[in-house]
Design a protein around this ligand. Structure first.
Ligand code: AMP
Length: 741
């Protein structure tokens, strides 16, 4: 059995920690040089050597070639981050090198193999950054027990040292490019619950750097007349200087700097702490607003917060702690080393049992997000009775205490799906797992999906992270669900889509048809580059129902092949229209000297086809003295939705003028008529019975079937507004359902 370690893979520094079995506390594993933290800097040399850590950092600062740092900021991006000596590296590759180095160093110092690790990641990390972290660990030969959010990890370490039941800790995590606040609660039974995480992922140390850069640029322009906005070289140099100036101001009240400007020479200046404070007040206040928002969301005040824990390199700036004291009344904890706290928490986590899945059942309105509740899976954990009491405890007990801590992290971002709204007018981001649920968690939601008789019936699922509009959210994957069965009498059908959010923050998608169906096959596909269609409103996706009456001339001239072809054409129409997405019913009428309704309006399209085929044996005379328009009007006029009659004529009818008059009465009550003729049909008559903007058709007998099919397709295509049948409809009546555990 090897060692279990916690690893903080940081932007600027990384650290490894392990549980000290004697003290029952996590401790940092120093690197082979004795350093508690290792700079996350790598240097590639021309001879193929890879140097990691302090030496690489020194080379980097000396401006030597082959050095790279801060790659964590680009985690999850597939593009090459840097290229050295003919080799390309992504942020994931570089993280793999870093992790491998940390593992080897720890093994050397501990004198044991590393068996398993928990790696920390920022709470804001999306699916792809988490996946890249797991990939990097795999490349480094590390077995990862789980990923854990950095603020939660820091809070676990804090909780271990300052356990106070029901205390609430606000973890203020200001890194290089992001800001996150997490509130955790220490509960009875040594349970740590993350209550909520909120952040601004575009706010971080780099914004403070930018304010300094702006000031330096202004000063230089004032004194030299040289504008950095027109001098890329100078602009870049100032950016590099700014971070150093900022760091100096964490120790001194004044930070001098020098730069060399082409055609001018050396320029020296300085930035005072006071200037820096003034310049960056608004940035501090932005973090304060987020802190206040999270408290508001939780329905608590600063008085309900026991302690503020600082995490992230940027919390070293000297204004942060006094500012937090000013807005909260609490001086943030200073004894916690932000560089070590995260790794120490991970060392605790790696020794804990894995929590079970929470299955979210949203059928109860009281269970809406934001409500306090205990979940089935969670209850068992929080009920774990703890036999230890407060007060002085021995080392062994301490260790057992630590091992009985239960940490439950939360989903930082809501997980949704691109769906069509209930009105059928817009693409929306429909949440399946709300933000701030405790993980691991599963949740399913039912959607309407229109199937087609002929089509493959595949449903595209775009998984969204975040709760903004579809194209403003992170699209983390495309899954195609296949094998959805078309049922004539159940269209749209119900497809239940379940998301499972695992301990590492990775999503799995499952789908079932109906309530009791088996899992449907699902495959992952690349997210298309052009997703722009999901930004536009949907045109009438939710179709109105359509009612169709089909009348066929069954006079003597139709007997034999013409009749068969006509009936086949009608059946083809029924087949094609079945994929129409808004409910269809069809009636059939035979007409010659008399008119007979062979099928009243029915949504049962199989029955309808049988009735159509039976027409062959129910001739209503051999002449053409009747017309079907009275029956058509009776059948359709009181139906809501679209009303359409297809009238198939062969040869001239005896009382065409009367028929045209009756057809016009149908038009006047909103019934659309398409006159279709073949053989000796009268073209003018067909035009007259057809509605104003509808073209009549005089076709060859052999083209009857395809003509009917075309009409059906046109109706279907016009009303679905194109390719939208592959997206689920938000199901208004659907309850939240949980599948599985
Ligand atoms: P992290 O992402 O937590 O490693 O934090 C990186 C950020 O912390 C960068 O913006 C650094 O410039 C900033 N940082 C690191 N050390 C200091 C310091 N001593 N004073 C101010 N900012 C610092």
């Amino acid at each position: 059995m090897g060692k279990k370690v916690g690893i903080d893979l940081g932007t600027t520094f990384s650290a490894v920690a392990v549980m000290d079995e004697k003290t029952g506390k996590p401790v940092i594993v120093p690197n082979t040089e004795g350093g508690k933290i290792t700079p996350s800097v790598i240097r590639f040399t021309e001879s193929g050597e890879i140097i990691v850590g302090q030496e690489a950092k020194e080379a980097f600062e000396a401006g030597e070639d082959g050095c790279v740092s801060a790659f964590k900021r680009n985690m999850g991006e597939e593009e090459v981050y840097c290229s050295f000596y003919g080799k390309d590296y992504t942020a994931e590759d570089l993280s793999a090198i870093m992790l491998k180095h940390l593992k080897q160093e720890a093994q050397e110092v501990l004198g044991e193999e590393i068996e398993e690790a928990v790696i920390t990641v920022p709470a804001y990390f999306y699916h792809k950054e988490r996946k890249a972290t797991l990939n990097a660990a795999k490349m480094a030969g590390l077995k990862v027990r789980q990923l854990i959010n950095e603020p939660t990890s820091a809070a676990m370490n804090y909780g271990m040292n300052h356990w106070r039941e029901n205390s609430r800790i606000l973890v203020y995590d200001l890194g290089g490019g992001t800001f996150d606040v997490t509130v955790v609660q220490l509960k009875s039974g040594y349970q740590i619950d993350s209550l909520q995480t909120l952040g601004d992922h575009k706010l971080g140390g780099k914004d403070w750097d930018a304010r300094i850069a702006g000031l330096i640029e202004e000063n230089i322009e004032e004194e030299t007349g040289i504008s950095a906005s027109e001098n890329i070289e100078l602009h870049r140099m100032i950016q590099q200087i700014s971070e150093g100036v900022k760091k100096q101001l964490s120790k001194a009240n004044n930070a001098p700097y020098n730069c060399y400007i082409q055609d001018y020479g050396r320029y020296s200046g300085s930035v005072s702490l006071e200037e820096f404070d003034l310049l960056t007040r608004e940035l501090r206040e932005k973090t304060g607003i987020i802190c206040n928002t999270i408290l508001e969301n939780l329905g608590v005040t600063w008085n309900d917060i026991t302690d503020i824990l600082l995490v992230g390199g940027s919390t070293r700036m000297r204004q942060i702690s006094p500012y937090l004291k000013e807005i909260s009344g609490h001086m943030p904890l200073s004894q916690v080393n932000p560089d070590e706290a995260v790794a120490l928490g991970a060392a605790i986590q790696v020794n804990l049992p894995k929590p079970k899945y929470t299955v979210l059942s949203m059928s109860n309105p009281a269970d809406e997000p934001g409500q306090e509740r205990e979940y089935n899976g969670r209850k068992n954990l929080s009920n774990t009775k703890n036999q230890f009491s407060a007060g002085e405890i021995g080392q062994e007990e301490k260790l057992r205490n630590v091992l009985s801590i239960r940490n439950s992290d939360v989903v930082a971002h809501a997980m949704g799906i691109i769906a069509v709204n209930q009105e059928g007018t817009e693409y929306i981001n429909k949440t399946i797992i709300p933000a701030n649920q405790q993980i691991p968690v599963k949740c399913a939601k039912s959607f309407h999906f229109f199937t087609s008789r002929d089509g493959d019936n595949e449903l595209e699922v775009y998984v969204l992270q975040g709760d903004r509009k579809p194209l403003e959210s992170e699209i983390i994957g495309k899954y195609v669900i296949s094998g959805i069965v078309h049922h004539e009498n159940e269209n749209p059908t119900t497809v239940r889509i379940q998301y499972s959010y695992d301990l590492n923050g990775m999503i799995q998608v499952q789908a079932r048809q109906g309530n009791n169906g088996a899992d449907l096959p699902i495959r992952s596909e690349a997210v298309p580059e052009d997703m722009s269609k999901y930004g536009k409103p949907v045109e009438r996706v939710k179709q109105e129902p359509i009612h169709v009456a089909m009348a066929v001339d069954v006079s003597g001239s139709m007997s034999g092949k013409p009749m068969q072809d006509a009936l086949d054409a009608m059946c083809n129409f029924v087949d094609k229209i079945s994929s129409y997405g808004g409910g269809v019913d069809i009636a059939a009428i035979a007409v010659s000297n008399k008119c007979k309704i062979v099928q009243s309006l029915t949504p049962n399209l199989s029955l309808c086809k049988m009735s159509i085929l039976s027409i062959e044996s129910c001739m209503t005379g051999i002449g053409n003295s009747a017309h079907p328009f009275k029956e058509i009007k009776n059948i359709l006029q009181h139906q809501s939705g679209k009303r359409l009659a297809l009238v198939l004529a062969d040869g001239k009818w005896y009382h065409q003028a009367k028929a045209v008059k009756a057809a016009r009465e149908c038009h006047s009550v909103g019934i659309d008529i398409v006159g279709i003729g073949f053989g000796d049909a009268d073209e003018q008559f067909l035009r007259d019975i057809s509605s104003g903007d509808i073209e009549s058709m005089l076709v060859k007998q052999s083209e009857l079937s395809s003509s009917f099919g075309k009409i059906a397709q046109e109706i279907g295509a016009n009303s679905t507004g194109g390719q939208q049948n592959d997206i689920a409809n938000d199901q208004s009546s659907a309850t939240w359902l949980a599948i599985g555990e």
